[in-house]
Design a protein around this ligand. Structure first.
Ligand code: IPE
Ligand code: IPE
Ligand code: MG
Length: 242
């Protein structure tokens, strides 16, 4: 299918899965003398812009880190702002229903208020049939939490006598992850000036190319994403081989 926009590198060189860590909202606001919530609002706007751009240039799988299992430690009003932004997004996102985009929630939905949980579940169910792009939103997500759930699920099968421990494979572990229908991360992008992964997609990023930049997430532009893609295309991925 013809793409709405020409990507900055040849289509066959595009990463199959880009994972974004949307960091720096709070500092963006602080720099402007605004409350942190203003940074989250601006970050949410930018998120929508970048999703649109990824779709237009033909990225097939994207995942965005929006709220971690550790972010519950933040002040209640900040958590509240973020949850309300999600509520707004869940209404708005329905317009993507015509766009052949499957929405996948990465994270344990059990921690959310019932209305939010139901909206996440409905969104996933209603978009299950779409195949042009997988769009993952990581909320209450932590890679260690995800892997712990995977271990429990496989242990349960062993307990029930359906599986022998020595028969557990990497594919079976992969099959227990929220990303089970997506390929591994090819390119992991973290704006915001911190050079760490912060418990995001540890298993899935085993051979991801990492791209860090100092731009704070609300300012992370399409141009900057183009720069990351150009850099990605120059990397020599060896996967342990020669
Ligand atoms: C990322 O921005 C959004 C979330 C973690 C929810 P931050 O809120 O972490 O912004 P900084 O890192 O404090 O600037
Ligand atoms: C990572 O950012 C989580 C999200 C972007 C949702 P944090 O701001 O929570 O990460 P740390 O605390 O700097 O490692
Ligand atoms: Mg941060």
């Amino acid at each position: 299918m013809a793409k709405a926009k020409q990507p900055p590198i040849p289509a066959e060189m595009l990463p199959k899965h880009i994972a974004f860590i949307m960091d720096g909202n709070g500092r963006w606001a602080k720099k402007r003398g605004l409350p942190r919530s203003a940074g989250h609002i601006e970050g949410a706007k930018n998120f929508k812009k970048i999703v649109r751009y990824c779709k237009d240039i033909g990225i097939e799988n994207i995942t965005f880190y929006a709220f971690s299992t550790e972010n519950w430690k933040r002040p209640e009003d900040e958590v509240h702002t973020i949850m309300n932004l999600m509520r707004e997004y869940l209404v708005e996102v329905r317009k993507y229903f015509t766009e052949n985009t499957r929405m996948i929630i990465l994270g344990d939905k059990g921690a959310f208020e019932p209305d939010l949980r139901k909206s996440f579940e409905d969104l996933e169910a209603d978009t299950l049939k779409y195949q042009e792009m997988n769009m993952g939103l990581a909320v209450n997500y932590g890679s260690r939490d995800e892997l712990t759930h995977a271990c429990r699920a496989l242990a349960q099968q062993v307990k029930e006598g359906k599986l022998q421990p020595e028969d557990i494979t990497e594919d079976m572990i992969n099959g227990q992850l929220y990303t089970k229908d997506m390929p591994d991360v090819d390119l992991l992008i973290r704006p915001g000036g911190e050079y760490r992964i912060s418990n995001y997609l540890l298993w899935q990023s085993a051979y991801a190319e990492l791209y860090f930049c100092d731009t704070l997430w609300p300012d992370f532009s399409k141009k900057e994403l183009d720069a990351a893609l150009i850099e990605f295309a120059k990397r020599n991925r060896r996967f342990g081989g020669l």
